[in-house]
Design a protein around this ligand. Structure first.
Ligand SMILES: *[C@@H]1O[C@H](CO)[C@@H](O)[C@H](O)[C@H]1NC(C)=O
Ligand SMILES: *[C@@H]1O[C@H](CO)[C@@H](O)[C@H](O)[C@H]1NC(C)=O
Length: 208
């Protein structure tokens, strides 16, 4: 109630002191100010954004696909595909803070020797102090058939000792542009000595 009229009168007195009071002059000043605001200082327009219709990038019809494959995490032996890059914090029973970088094989069947259909590249880290639960961040890059070179991205929580875990598919590239969905994962085999694991992945992906 108090400040607004006072500021207004300040501005008015500022204008009155410096500008001639003809309305035409004021209008010209205002329109000049507005046009300066509208033009970028370089005077160039690169077209940062414009909206496009879905058909123009030929998305086709959205479909739901189910993929099943096996993920092989190999820590032991001469050719590990999972490598420790950060050690867990001291005395953590859940290996809290551990980070492993992975380039794991994805195969059609549960055996590592079965047909390679892609790789899981990314990392997982132990993110719980109460139970063994991982934060996983992986790109699955496929090499099989028409999916060769296309990727899906999985980012989620994996409490590894639960029978079935679920993680979101948060996106993709190539045939998986605009992908969304989830993976259900089940440990197929776990070697307590080496830490090697074979995990069945069922991915349900909406894509075009
Ligand atoms: C880890 O546990 C050992 C044995 O209980 C103890 O001596 C040591 O101080 C602990 N270290 C830390 C960093 O808590
Ligand atoms: C996948 O694509 C790459 C690069 O385009 C090509 O070299 C390779 O032979 C393809 N693999 C399969 C299995 O088609």
């Amino acid at each position: 109630m108090y400040f607004i009229p006072s500021i207004r009168s300040d501005i008015q007195s500022l204008f009155m002191a410096r500008l001639p009071q003809t309305p035409v002059f004021l209008l010209l000043t205002i329109s000049t100010l507005i046009s300066f605001l509208a033009i970028p200082s370089t005077g160039e327009n690169y077209g940062f954004v414009k909206s496009i219709e879905g058909e123009k990038i030929s998305l086709g019809k959205e479909k739901l696909s189910h993929f099943r494959f096996y993920w092989h995490d190999i820590l032991g032996g001469k050719n590990p595909t999972a490598v420790s890059i950060v050690q867990p914090v001291a005395n953590s029973s859940t290996a809290f803070g551990m980070v492993n970088m992975i380039d794991d094989a994805l195969t059609e069947g549960p055996k590592l020797s079965s047909k390679l259909i892609g790789r899981a590249q990314g990392f997982y880290t132990s993110a719980s102090q109460q139970e063994v639960s991982l934060l996983m961040a992986m790109n699955f890059v496929f090499i099989e058939g028409k999916y060769n070179g296309s990727t899906i991205t999985v980012l989620g929580r994996n409490p590894v000792f639960n029978k079935v875990r679920e993680m979101p598919v948060i996106g993709g590239s190539g045939l998986f542009r605009f992908a969304r969905g989830y993976v259900k994962v089940k440990t197929h085999k776990f070697d307590t000595k080496s830490g090697d694991a074979t995990v069945e992945y069922n991915a349900y992906v909406m894509h075009y």
